[in-house]
Design a protein around this ligand. Structure first.
Ligand SMILES: O=C(O)CCC(=O)C(=O)O
Ligand SMILES: [Fe+2]
Length: 155
């Protein structure tokens, strides 16, 4: 599915918040919709990740020379929900601009995202119906919201 896949590369500039005392929401809470994201940042941190329990935002400092990897909703679906797609956001504080580079790995065009039989058993019943990434993204663009994957493909 990810063999001969396509990728999308993005450089984001997060501006300094209006006053040094204020903290600015620079990217709203979301899960990535793609398969996997590889993220690097300059020395200006700002990513916060929601704990799996959903009750705590954790500030993340990506060590210099390292990258952060996010499981996207598509990978979560393919794994039958065994992998967690962490919700994250960007909060800007201080007086330095943040630059981040993100490589978004997308499923092969037209590929059906379908849970492999090996990942389904009595303790892990099938949680997601098969879908294509482009249908999922179209649904997401038309219905921005929190539980997009569950609403779109959840069983
Ligand atoms: O800019 C960042 O640090 C995060 C970017 C991000 O989460 C995204 O583009 O999906
Ligand atoms: Fe993201």
């Amino acid at each position: 599915m990810v063999e001969n896949n396509s990728n999308s590369f993005r450089i984001l500039k997060h501006k300094v918040p209006p006053s040094n005392d204020s903290a600015g929401m620079s990217l709203l809470p979301h899960t990535d919709k793609n398969f996997l994201t590889i993220l690097s940042e300059n020395e200006v941190q700002g990513v916060e990740v929601l704990s799996k329990e959903g009750n705590k935002w954790i500030q993340v400092k990506i060590p210099t020379g390292s990258v952060m990897v996010f499981v996207g909703d598509t990978f979560k679906a393919w794994s039958n929900g065994r992998l967690h797609a962490a919700k994250h956001k960007v909060i800007m504080k201080g007086d330095k601009v943040r630059y981040s580079c993100a490589l978004f790995l997308l499923p092969k065009e037209g590929a059906t995202i379908e849970v492999p039989q090996e990942l389904i058993d009595k303790d892990h019943p099938l949680r997601y119906r098969p879908f294509t990434y482009s249908d999922f993204v179209s649904f997401y663009t038309a219905n921005y919201g929190d539980q997009t994957l569950e609403i779109f493909a959840g069983l």
